[in-house]
Design a protein around this ligand. Structure first.
Ligand code: PAF
Length: 287
């Protein structure tokens, strides 16, 4: 496995691969890798002949400097995990390599998909994500890139970027990997105290409750949201950032519980912000 920090080294390896007609799968990450990330790697290895993982905690996507400072870092263990999973190359740039001081600031935005969910409560976040993934797609010359569906809005926004601007790669969404108690795997879970880690299971249990109440015939959107909100707030240390029901494609709010809907939430458990979502199919109500 090659570990490179400089763009010139990355380009050299990619040019050699291209001469050998290799195809490139790319898994962008911010490190503190877990089995969810390794699912991306496994999918990449199935699709492409070479797999690149980038590890870069991108400062431009953090709207809160405290959140950036607290973001966990575990490079040694990350490299070990990549090696064990037969990643071909890890790109580990510094902030200076990604954003040289001579850089002219650029801002990218897809307003229609960003004015909702995390885009509303983390202003500037998706602008930073669009900036970094655009650079990484160009630098890695990826044919395929893999994104966890836990960050569903991110997946939709990046898919739109690639479609609208004709980036020559395919974006592939990978189902959320969960702990045995249902909590979505996330690098942020490491920051939860033992007590808050137990409280965090309210999130996956809320999705169970959502399905159960739908199956039970509840179709009043406000009543349904209230049941789910009250359930989350049974956790003493829980603050809801948002709990929204939106159309899975447009991400715009829906008014009736019919067909496929995306239930998405972001909650603070203590200081730690966790997100999760599920596409639910509202079963027809028997008359
Ligand atoms: O999902 C993430 O970890 C990040 O937003 C990404 C896609 C690596 C961009 O920094």
């Amino acid at each position: 496995m090659r570990v490179v920090s400089e763009i010139s080294e990355l380009k050299k390896t990619i040019s050699d691969w291209r001469q050998n007609k290799e195809t490139i799968g790319f898994c962008p990450t911010m490190g503190t890798l877990h089995e969810g990330h390794m699912d991306l790697v496994r999918q990449s290895k199935n699709k492409a002949t070479k797999t690149i993982v980038s590890i870069f905690i991108n400062p431009t996507q953090f709207n809160d400097p405290k959140d950036f400072a607290a973001y966990p870092k575990n490079t040694e263990q990350d490299l070990r995990l990549c090696e064990e999973n037969a990643v071909d190359l890890v790109f580990l740039p510094t902030v200076e390599v990604m954003y040289p001081p001579t850089n002219t600031p650029i801002q990218m935005t897809i307003p229609y998909l960003q004015n909702t969910l995390c885009g509303k409560t983390r202003p500037g976040h998706f602008e930073g994500v669009l900036q970094v993934v655009s650079k990484l797609f160009h630098l890695t010359e990826a044919d395929f890139s893999f994104f966890g569906l836990k960050d569903y809005q991110q997946f939709r926004i990046i898919s739109a970027l690639v479609t609208e601007l004709n980036f020559p790669l395919q974006i592939i969404g990978v189902p959320t990997k969960r702990e045995s108690d249902g909590l979505a795997m996330s690098s942020r879970n490491l920051r939860l105290s033992q007590k808050d880690r137990e409280t965090a299971t309210l999130v996956p249990r809320m999705f169970q409750l959502a399905k159960k109440t739908l199956a039970g015939g509840e179709r009043n959107l406000n009543v349904w949201k209230e049941i789910l909100t009250d359930f989350l707030l049974t956790g003493s240390n829980v603050k809801i950032d948002y709990l929204e029901v939106v159309d899975p494609m447009s991400l715009q709010p829906i008014t009736t519980l019919q067909g496929e809907v995306l239930l998405a939430t972001a909650v603070f458990v203590g200081e730690v912000r966790l997100i999760d979502n599920e596409i639910l199919v509202c079963p027809p109500v028997s008359k």
